[in-house]
Ligand binder design. Structure first.
Ligand SMILES: CC(C)(COP(=O)(O)OP(=O)(O)OC[C@H]1O[C@@H](n2cnc3c(N)ncnc32)[C@H](O)[C@@H]1OP(=O)(O)O)[C@@H](O)C(=O)NCCC(=O)NCCS
Length: 186
């Protein structure tokens, strides 16, 4: 069956007990050739985390939790094909990068689609589901951070409606090492 045929997969929220699949897909993502641009942790760091880490991570972003939501595309045979997570950032808090959060907003992280499903429309379907959840939870805008050299991810985010905000976020790599903020207003 062709990967590009719509309807080959189901997009849904994860359930807390599915933490082994959360772990498997995350470790797969961290082995991507672009993982060093795409994610802030390494495969080696993630692979040594205890089961309790994955259990808590899955529970925090599962159906019924209000502070985050992980959506997945589930393909034939139950294989997880792709994922993203929307984190809720509350107004008045400080974000991961030390900046104040001015509005109640979503922050999309952990975007990954298995290579054989890229370019199939599955990424847009994941965003549609994540954004539907964000708007239903009263979030005023959704943002994400992407590396300047990750052109494919930027293309995918533009297709999902995001645009560069003009803001950059410094990275640990030293002066000049930064990522771009993309936003989608409700
Ligand atoms: C990022 C990712 C989820 C995007 O999903 P995808 O299915 O590959 O994205 P799509 O093919 O739907 O969209 C990418 C778009 O960017 C375009 N594109 C590809 N390379 C590009 C480049 N270097 N510069 C600009 N645009 C580019 C594609 O042509 C496509 O647009 P089109 O459909 O109009 O042709 C997926 O590639 C992935 O998992 N990558 C590895 C992990 C990663 O980088 N995650 C993001 C972390 S921020």
């Amino acid at each position: 069956m062709s990967a590009s045929v719509p309807g080959d997969y189901v997009i849904r929220s994860i359930r807390a007990e599915e933490w082994p699949a959360v772990k498997e897909l995350r470790l797969r993502a961290l082995r991507d050739p672009l993982a060093h641009l795409a994610y802030l942790e390494t495969y080696d760091d993630a692979a040594t985390r205890p089961d309790t880490y994955w259990q808590e991570r899955a529970a925090r972003a599962s159906e019924g939790a209000s502070g985050a939501r992980q959506v997945v595309a589930v393909g034939p045979g139950g294989l997880w094909l792709g994922t993203l997570t929307v984190l809720v950032e509350e107004a008045g808090t400080t974000d991961w990068y030390g900046s104040p959060v001015e509005r109640r907003q979503g922050h999309v992280v952990g975007v990954f689609v298995r290579p054989e499903w890229r370019g199939s429309g599955l990424t847009k379907a994941l965003f549609d589901a994540g954004l539907e959840w964000a708007w239903a939870h009263g979030l005023e805008r959704v943002r994400l951070i992407v590396h300047p050299d990750n052109g494919r991810a930027q293309g995918a985010y533009r297709k999902a409606g995001f645009v560069p905000s003009g803001r950059t976020v410094p990275l640990a790599g030293g002066p000049g090492d930064h990522e771009l903020e993309f936003v989608l207003e409700r």
